[in-house]
Design a protein around this ligand. Sequence first.
Ligand code: HEM
Length: 143
Amino acid sequence: MLEAIAPLHPRFVHFPIALSLAGVLFLALGLFRRRERFTGYGQWSLLLGWLGTLAAVVTGLIDQASAPQEATVTAIIDRHITAGITLLIASGLALYWPLRNKKLWTTSARWGYLALLVAIVVLVLAEGWLGGKLVYEYGVGVR
Ligand code: HEM
């Protein structure tokens, strides 16, 4: 039955990319502008991005079962999985940290938090780039 809607994964990947990046942008604005409204938007957006990343991970794992068993493709999928799982952990930490430390926005810990936000952006970009490589260079999911 899943074949009817395969590949499943590309239908889910745009949400986490857009929502996570929007979340980081608003959280960074919240950090420097000290506006709670921005922080709130950022946390909601990142939460939805985290849920979207989870859906992308699950659908990606389903789709990779039908990817060609070539060494180059497998190596890229492995890196794509590592970046995807790391993104899930990093976004989870970015959601949890402000709940644990209510003074995060006003102490020097915010620089650590900013570094975490930068890491999330890098991971999202790497994830999209590796995914695009799989599809447009190796035809995974389309050939
Ligand atoms: C961690 C588990 C993941 C696996 C096993 C996986 C696997 C795959 C596979 C096999 C493809 C090729 C297309 C297909 O057959 O569906 C692909 C493409 C792609 N993946 Fe993932 N993926 C994972 C996570 C993610 C996450 C978390 C994101 C985004 C946040 C993402 C973004 C993309 C993008 C942008 C493409 C290219 C889609 C297109 O251009 O149509 N992947 N992935």
